[in-house]
Design a protein. Structure first.
Length: 382
């Protein structure tokens, strides 16, 4: 009974929340319909993800049943599961699985809702920041970028991607409304660090950089934000070093870790010989593969279609890009694009498995697409 009640609550809560948001933000009817359709679309992906995992298995089941290999054995103590990355996922699931005794399906929809909340934040930020400046008939077309399959599939259930996407979007919300919601940067960064320490560390470094060089803020505020970010980074550094199991954060140590990761992932299916690729080939592989020539099942054929969109988006960056547009880019989009570039360089040099590549770019490549849309809108308006 509890499972059914929660499922009904999840579905109708977000429908109702979308109604309230549309009213408060004075969103046109056609955009409101698209916002509701986005929730239905995500629910469908959550259903597909649930069936896929139950049929073929996957990390989500191990996360849910607390049976990953990060612990020496099961425990009945909740805080024994607390830690970074996989530990944190299991720590959250302990409450749902052990204490509330929920089913995997219910847990999957709860985690899927977390992914949707992240997508909705990005949808609203983009609409408010620049898409509403476009002609009304074009706005729904531009917002179709939020229906990209990989964005929804990998954030549709139990896993690090759904909460990573939410934490990242939450962080961008705090950046966009700094005077009112700037305090939310702290829990958002903390959540991102708990689920993926290296990404939380990177995000905080970029926050310090962007606010430090931004002409919008007074020098005093720049110094305060940059100094605070620097202090927190110093505190986080030894934790990150221990998590990555390296001696320090030098380029040598990071390079050795990436080489080890490449070798390790080449032992799995859908691997690529990344060690033999040059830098350009690695980046192109991460961004645009699989394509049809190396698709190996129906999921990779769907991914190939989506990757063609990414291939088409790159020349559009150059075609529509200009200095004026870049200078006026919303702060959340500047952060997102820098985050996308940085993670692309990191993952392109450490992941040698196409399946993992698809998963890891699912929550970052959306920023490249949003920059293209922003530049298109800006070029029409200028």
């Amino acid at each position: 009974m509890l499972d059914l009640s929660l499922l009904v609550l999840i579905v109708f809560f977000n429908f109702y929340a979308n109604v309230r948001i549309a009213t408060r933000w004075h969103i046109p009817k056609r955009i409101y319909v698209q916002l509701q359709a986005l929730w239905v679309y995500h629910l469908l992906f959550t259903s597909v993800f649930s069936c896929y995992i139950l049929k073929k298995g996957g990390d989500a089941l191990a996360y849910w049943t607390l049976t990953t290999n990060v612990m020496t054995g099961p425990s009945e103590r909740w805080m024994d599961y607390f830690g970074l990355s996989t530990f944190f996922v299991q720590w959250l699931n302990f409450l749902l699985y052990k204490i509330m005794d929920l089913s995997f399906i219910t847990g999957n929809y709860l985690w899927g809702m977390m992914g949707y909340l992240g997508i909705r934040i990005l949808f609203l930020l983009s609409y408010q920041a620049f898409i509403k400046e476009a002609p009304l008939r074009r706005q729904p077309i531009y917002l179709c970028v939020f229906f990209l399959p990989s964005l929804h599939f990998w954030s549709a259930g139990i896993g690090k991607e759904s909460i990573t996407l939410f934490a990242l979007a939450w962080l961008l919300w705090g950046m966009s409304y700094l005077h009112k919601f700037g305090w939310q940067l702290i829990p958002a960064c903390g959540l991102l660090f708990l689920i993926r320490p290296h990404l939380g560390f990177l995000a905080l470094a970029l926050i310090g950089l962007i606010f430090g060089i931004s002409p919008v803020f007074a020098l005093k505020n720049k110094m305060i934000i940059s100094i605070c970010a620097g202090i927190v980074l110093l505190v986080m550094s030894p934790i990150l070093v221990q998590y990555l199991n390296i001696s320090d954060l030098s380029l040598t140590s990071m390079g050795s870790l990436m080489d080890y990761q490449i070798t390790l992932l080449q032992q799995a299916g859908s691997s690529v010989n990344l060690a033999s690729y040059n830098q350009v080939q690695r980046v192109l592989t991460f961004l645009f593969r699989p394509l049809f020539f190396d698709a190996y099942h129906w999921e990779s054929y769907v991914a190939s279609i989506e990757n063609l969109i990414y291939v088409a988006a790159v020349p559009m960056l150059a075609f529509y890009g200009d200095r004026a547009g870049v200078r006026k880019m919303p702060v959340y989009l500047s952060f997102g694009f820098l985050f996308f570039i940085a993670t692309t360089l990191i993952f392109a040099n450490s992941l040698s498995n196409l399946g993992i590549m698809m998963r890891m770019k699912s929550f970052t490549i959306i920023f490249m697409i949003l920059v293209v849309v922003y530049l298109m809108v800006f070029s029409k308006e200028s």
